[in-house]
Design a protein around this ligand. Sequence first.
Ligand SMILES: Cc1cc2nc3c(=O)[nH]c(=O)nc-3n(C[C@H](O)[C@H](O)[C@H](O)COP(=O)(O)OP(=O)(O)OC[C@H]3O[C@@H](n4cnc5c(N)ncnc54)[C@H](O)[C@@H]3O)c2cc1C
Length: 466
Amino acid sequence: VSHIDDKLWSDIIAAAGADVAWHGDAVDRFDPGFHDRNLAARCVVAPRTAKAMAAVMRLCNDSRVSIVPHGGRTGLAGGAVSKPGQVVLSTENLASMVSIHARARIAQVDAGVRLSALQAAASKQGLSPGIDLAARDSATIGGMISTNAGGNEAFRNGVMRHRVLGLEVAMPNGEILRDLKHVTKANEGYDIKQLFIGAEGTLGIVTRAVLKLEPLASGHATALVACPDGQSAVSLFSRLQNSADVTLAAAEMMWRNYAQTSAEACGLRSLRAFMEAPAELFVIVECHGPGEGGEEALEGELASAAEAGEIHDAVVARSERERSEIWRVREDSWSIDRTYPHGLWFDVSVPLDRIGDYVRDLRARVAAVDGDLMVFAMGHLGDGNLHLTITSGQPEARQQYDRVAAAVYHGLADIGGSFSAEHGIGTEKRAAFKTHVAPEMRAFMSAIKQTFDPHGIMNPGKLLSE
Ligand SMILES: Cc1cc2nc3c(=O)[nH]c(=O)nc-3n(C[C@H](O)[C@H](O)[C@H](O)COP(=O)(O)OP(=O)(O)OC[C@H]3O[C@@H](n4cnc5c(N)ncnc54)[C@H](O)[C@@H]3O)c2cc1C
């Protein structure tokens, strides 16, 4: 095997099985996923059990060969990028166990189980994982835990960190840490499992988890709402959250140029026409309510919001097709990159009471960097989580990265926001991590890394490791 010692490779095969180990051209059977360098190691092993996973990790540890954990490869921060000489350890074959305990409202799942598979299994029992994101068909539970994923429902059910009750983790020294609790309350000293959540594969490999489940809503009403500005969108959000008549399930925001470009690129003409409304941003609201999905109740709330001047206008989906078209405008975020390529991406959190001002000021800061740059903003309203694509559509946009990043991060810490909301640090945000995370905090993180992974074999070059 190129770049990997033959003896190590044969030991790995003995531990995991020859049929779950690929190298060289054989690696082409895998989809590289979101990053074209994810499979650059050209060496992938997908053990079938946690025990085999731990055994391969110990072999790599003993040989000081570094490991890059892989789930569904949908990560957006470059955390799964690998290089020759490394071994990619995939959870693809750790995906057989999905056990729903309906009365306890929990699921026990293998790390390689895809989110949509868990959603399907839970829904049969009238339950839901309480977390959802557009990459649901590929993203794995282990990957979501390791990036502490957020998504559309985080404002009411929390991020992945709040969904995990128990965890099993294979460690670089070959040990398996097992803390598969089924309960929320367990004060048993330092909560070690929390350290693996959001660790981006730099400490160990999550092999199994116990997750909380939520009741599955029986119906939904969905609307696309035109809001005068950020402040009014936040008022609408509060109104729906406080409503006695509807339960707010999702509130996704899209600034005007994002919504228009995406609707146009998706060929959704009537939605595009609606977006001529004099609105600074559009919000998709989805509610669960009494009766047939709660359409009437949602319409009542929207009428009150219009009277209060919080919204200009709204379209309520009358069919599943209309609903999915509304969602497509938000979820097909690549439509921006297809229309205006070479985008610089950012994923920040802004306190809700600052979000309108932040985007307005950001546009001015970016214009000062280069008048040709456009800011496309959308995201999860309830969390103040903005996904930004900043581009002129020309390749030169990439050369502006540092100055644009400074414009995006400007003042965020002072108002209590975050430069890294839900996608993680990976390789993409390491420079920002060094700038924005306090040195004493980084020193404690390095000490934790040293304790769990003394030889630094776990996903080096990601997050804090060199
Ligand atoms: C269309 C689209 C929409 C998205 N929407 C959202 C969103 O709304 N919210 C959000 O938070 N994210 C979103 N993402 C990002 C992505 O889906 C999440 O980061 C997801 O959690 C990654 O899961 P994965 O299985 O694909 O992990 P991968 O991409 O395979 O890996 C991600 C990181 O986790 C590590 N890792 C993977 N599995 C394990 C494991 N078992 N143990 C230890 N480390 C592991 C990897 O080394 C890497 O550092 C979106 C992505 C796409 C493409």
